[in-house]
Write a protein that binds this ligand. Sequence first.
Ligand code: UDP
Length: 239
Amino acid sequence: MSQIKYHRIILKISGEALAGEKGTGIDPTVIKKLAQEIKLVHDMGVQIGIVCGGGNMWRGETGAKLGMERAQADYMGMLATIMNGLALQDGLETAGVPTRLQTSISMRQVAEPYIRRVAISHMEKNRVVIFGGGTGNPYFSTDTTAALRAAEINADVILMAKNGVDGVYTADPNLDPKAKKFAELTQLDMISKGLQVMDRTASSLSMDTHIPLIVFNVNTPGNIKRVVEGENIGTIIRG
Ligand code: UDP
């Protein structure tokens, strides 16, 4: 019997993690692999909520830089997260994992509306709940959504799945060979050292809720399971 340290988790998957080598769009092969990784943890009885990003398709900030109205561009980003949610749902269901997609922007034909108590009830019935549409508000991010949903559903931890990076470093490990990985940090350390894992709104919410965040490399097979079992393979950031 494997030991479970975190029984209810929020897994934050950035849009980039769904894009594969091309860096944009959705790669079904990547989704398939990820679904198997999530299935491993689901089979252990862990309750899973997933917040997906949308950066593989669109970011509001990019649109705003190109002269679009920021809020309008942000709504486009939120819709991108719902497309990613549908792709993840497809991958998970194909792998035999029951899911529900809930969105903060109503889209009755394709997803349930986000209702906190219904989400918790789904998780208690061992359905993976995918949270699409971000917070439903422009000017926010899916990192903030992860911090918010984690607090709302009483998650034990937020797992920040990174693409190839296995934690938080003193400097960019790709550029500086002397860069050292932190095993543990606080959200205050992150702000004072100018380290960026999530945006400031998300950090400050995590500081209030005290829900720990673990940054780890999702590309190594078995890593989600390792983190859930409490293995120290990434960086833990406490609120
Ligand atoms: N977004 C938003 N409000 C939210 C969450 C997301 O407006 O609550 C928009 C925002 O434009 C953002 C885009 O959706 O750039 C995609 O989300 P994010 O950048 O967080 O995705 P990730 O970087 O994780 O792929």
